[in-house]
Ligand binder design. Sequence first.
Ligand code: ADP
Length: 907
Amino acid sequence: MPAETAPTALMRQYLDVKARYPDAIVFFRLGDFYEMFYEDAVYVARTLDLTLTTRDKGKEDPVPMCGIPHHAARAYLTKLTELGHRVALCEQLEDPRTVKGIVKRDVVRVVTPGVTLDEEALDPRVPSFLASAAGTPRDGYGLAFLDVTTGDFRATELPSIEALVEEIARVAPRELVLGRGDDDRALGDAVKATFATLPRALAPAGDVDPGPVLRKALGAAFQSTLPTLPTLPTLLERWPRAAVAAAAVVRYVGATQPGAELPISGLELYQRADTLIIDEQARRHLELVESMLDRRRVGSLIDVLDETRTAMGARRLRRWLLFPAIDVAVIRRRHDAVERLVATQAARDGARKLLGDVADLERLVGRVRLGVATPRDLAVLGRSLTALPALAAALAAASLLQLGELAATAASEDDPLRILVAPDAATAAEVAAEIVRVLRPDAPALTKDGGYVNPGVSSELDEVRDVADGGRDRIAAIEARERERTGIASLKVRFNSVFGYYIEVTRAHLGSVPADYRRKQTVANAERFVTSELGEFEQQVLTADERRVALELEIFSSLRAKVAAAAEPLLAIAGRVAAADALASLAEVAHRGGYCRPVVDDSGVIDLEDARHPVVERLAAGGGFVPNDVHLDPESEQVLLVSGPNMAGKSTLIRQVALAVIQAQMGGFVAARAARIGICDRVFTRVGAGDALARGESTFMVEMRETAHILRHATGRSLIVLDEIGRGTSTYDGVAIAWAVTEHIHDQLGAKTLFATHYHELAALAARHPRVRCAAVAAREWKGDVVFLRKLVPGSASRSFGVEVAKLAGLPAGVIDRARTILRTLESEAAPTADVPRPLVPGDAEQDGQMGLFGQSGPAPTRGSGPASGVEAEVIGALRAVDPDELSPRAAHDLLTELAKKLTPPS
Ligand code: ADP
């Protein structure tokens, strides 16, 4: 690169770019490499394990530098954005061969964690949101989020920082943009306290006047869920916080795509209360999109429900799951469609097979609009659009077959199974035809070599292509003529990349070489020559080839612009295909799992017959899952206390009710023989200690915080699922708190509640409160072992089977026997009363809770005294010193091994 030997000028250009992108790592294109300099180079070399070199070696001030080949940039980009960095891609804007001096360079795109266009770095089934939040405790908060790959852009307003953080968790953005003001900092701290890993970007959002920014980005188009708010002035007036957040998103994303229009056509405004609210807690506890244990998709509800065939469908299904509806009409419309698809298996199979041929229209159109779609992208888009009429017919068959005479309903514009609605259908057909006409079906991803435009599209292109390709015939002609002229039968015309075209003559015939041949090179057995005719010919071919590539690029760019102009109707179709795919998936899952269509209404009643847990059922091999009936009614059976031994199936049962509500309200069928679901406004859960422990809070503290959250927000239309509250403290405290919480829910909130507990004392609540019912998941003792029946029966559990479960878990026989003895003593001493929860054993309750059990026969046991022998007392002492919830499985295992060893007599 001789033109660029002036290092200072080049570095000046670099520093100029870097000054404009101080918060990004600058990938500076030099020929075939992206180079990084100074601190960027030092950091990236260390982080990505690259070799750090220096530019201007030997000078006083060598510049640290490292580089990556440009064709391998993708992997490095992904790694850096995953670490939360932004990378500015600074490209050469001119061809270095045609420029003297420094080539013009500028940033063409900034890649950030939330603004990535690389499909390989993105999970196609999950949207890739960049979000921004703004606001103050006094005025409330705005939240906006945009998936730049599809143009999906939504905003809402929230009254409190707590609600804001919950909504951010539900949206799960890949990046969050915050302003730099004091309020923004407080907001940032609250967000950081909740998500340790969310990448965060800072942008001066507070000083944005949202009006001009949004007007430019959105024009007049507002798809609002509130039909009364169609215009920009109304948006600014009625949703000022959402507007500020939305403007910050637009500005931030706009700055990452200099020169390109943002792929946004509208802003969807929603209110949290328009959907079934599922907060972070419930989303995790119910394992909706990832399992609680290892945070993977396997073992989650979405893993069971997602039988979609397109990425758009998968994203739509996920949206329905995380934002279920509360409008009975919307839900019934989806159920209608699912019912039709369940009933018409052949049509459903046909439609699903055809869906498999449809690519990710939303992201393809997004790439077209951003000007990054490749010829291959467009060819794929063309094929997908061509497949739509057959898909539409298959879906229509599902509607018609089922409805027969009632087909009129199916034909209505808003039938979710109707994907091709006029005039969008006509536009899609035109676009498809144009793509198929212009592009070869096997068009490559790169434009640099051309070769993707069909013959017959442009006569000029056809001509230069003839010259470029026709080279072979001309060569053959020249070769034949020269052989004849020279009489050298073995003469050959050849090509190599160093000399271009040349004539090769073997050594034996050198004497016959004419005078106009100019010698170029000597090889082992021959000499190579050029002639002026060959030189001219070569020039023609090369020029034609360059012209061909340039012409193809022109044709392609204009095709891409045409497709971009049709983006709106194409996206409308894509949205309907996504919905149809999600519905077909719900139908497929309903069919395979034998789910039923729930009756949904505003009654508030939940009535499930033979209900199952969709995820546990799938894991339980060979139909071993035991179904159960559950009935909840705010008027009569509002609170269901579910007792039963550990491992009986209590959590599974209470969670499956919450899952049935969510599945029904997202538009799906539920895992039951029959179901009636009164619409809920929120689902709350309080389950197990969870992973909040990692944040350094005690089990009890987390439990109480989560319970407080529920009591503050639940309404008479909410469903609450409580698993074992009060477990993190002493029995007395635990029973007392559980008792009081239940009373509060019963007397004040009116929310339907499922409460799994093994405090038998709580059974007494049923006698004193009209809307509390007791049930137990049955278990029986059989020859000293516990047998789980998994059946929900009225009344409360007679026994806790704790000792039997401990035996199942492998506690040594000596300990089990001793525990049985102690239990018998205790049971004979403490007779339960039905009125109020009484301490199991009066005595050291205050001081000792659980272990006050031993207080009856004297002071709490210490080493070598009390009812246990020395070693056993030591073991018991050690056990009482631990909080099982604070132990890792590994530490628990080590402790058990150590204790068991103590109890085994030395042999
Ligand atoms: P608990 O909350 O009472 O301790 P869980 O709900 O955690 O019990 O259930 C314990 C195990 O029993 C689960 O891992 C599950 O595999 C199994 N199980 C639960 N309910 C059922 C059921 N209805 N049918 C079959 N197996 C079940």
